[in-house]
Design a binder for this molecule. Structure first.
Ligand SMILES: Nc1ncnc2c1ncn2[C@@H]1O[C@H](COP(=O)(O)OP(=O)(O)OP(=O)(O)O)[C@@H](O)[C@H]1O
Length: 253
């Protein structure tokens, strides 16, 4: 049973259809990739799911909740978090501070508690720290924890960005081009992390990615977008032998 369902979503900017009647079903516990040529609408789709854009028409549901008009922080509270294509990190802060800050956006104690730092505030703070430490450990960021994010290699920054999304304890993680700009070794590491996010942390993964080799290797199901429309859906073999998909990619060259 799918638990994230995009139904007939259209998104327009003026006369431009970024998405046209897109239907998508994300199965829990799997890795679903969304691929397509430049400008196909992949990031727009993630933006609609995560609440950064609201569809012009159509609906998005997660479990029994309607996401269609929710703001990003509400979507995140329901268990869907997002790692961004263009890093949303604070370059002047350390890895640890970036991750703690991501948790603090969701503060559930009031200022008075915080000032005196007892009771609920202290408990929440300890939980935050424990969560962040487990994410640092999982994403193998220990050597970088005190380093300023802006000084790290691009590949490590991308890992911190995924870690930032993981600190929100998602059930579903949306990864927008997690391998962009990485060398081969960094990509292999990221593939390993993505597999572990699925297997060890049992998080449903949705990826937008341009590296077709990686997509074919890691995806349980693949959606192909072209000019805002879904033109293919299936596993790697089905996608590779789909004439519309092949044509869309050849047309791009
Ligand atoms: N905020 C916006 N305002 C106007 N047009 C937009 C906006 N966001 C996206 N678009 C347009 O919608 C279309 C789809 O863009 P989108 O970024 O979703 O594609 P994409 O498949 O993610 O592309 P890429 O692979 O190059 O990142 C493009 O024509 C883009 O110019």
């Amino acid at each position: 049973m799918p638990n994230l369902i995009v139904s007939d979503v259209t998104l327009t900017f003026g006369g431009l259809h970024a998405l046209s009647s897109v239907n998508l079903e994300i199965q829990p516990g799997l890795i679903t990739s969304v691929i397509g040529p430049n400008g196909a609408g992949k990031t727009s789709l993630l933006n609609c799911i995560s609440g950064f854009y609201h569809p012009t028409s159509g609906e998005i549901h997660y479990k029994d909740r309607r996401l269609t008009k929710l703001a990003p922080h509400h979507v995140s509270k329901l268990g869907i978090s997002r790692a961004f294509q263009n890093l949303e990190l604070f370059g002047g802060l350390s890895v640890l501070d970036n991750l703690m800050l991501a948790r603090h956006k969701d503060l559930s104690y009031n200022l008075l508690h915080a000032v005196f730092f007892f009771g609920k505030a202290a408990r929440v703070e300890a939980e935050n720290r424990e969560n962040v430490e487990s994410v640092i450990d999982f994403m193998e960021l220990e050597p970088y924890r005190k380093q300023t994010v802006g000084n790290l290699s691009y590949g490590v920054q991308k890992r911190v960005e995924v870690a930032r999304a993981l600190t929100l304890e998602p059930e579903v993680i949306l990864l927008d081009e997690p391998m962009a700009g990485m060398n081969v070794e960094e990509k292999e590491d990221m593939v390993r992390f993505i597999f572990d996010i699925k297997k060890e942390w049992e998080i449903t993964v949705v990826i937008v990615e341009h590296d077709l080799g990686v997509v074919m290797d890691i995806s349980d199901q693949i959606y192909v977008l072209d000019f805002g429309e879904v033109i293919g859906l299936g596993n790697a073999d089905q996608i590779a032998s789909n004439p519309r998909v092949v044509e869309a990619y050849i047309g791009e060259e």
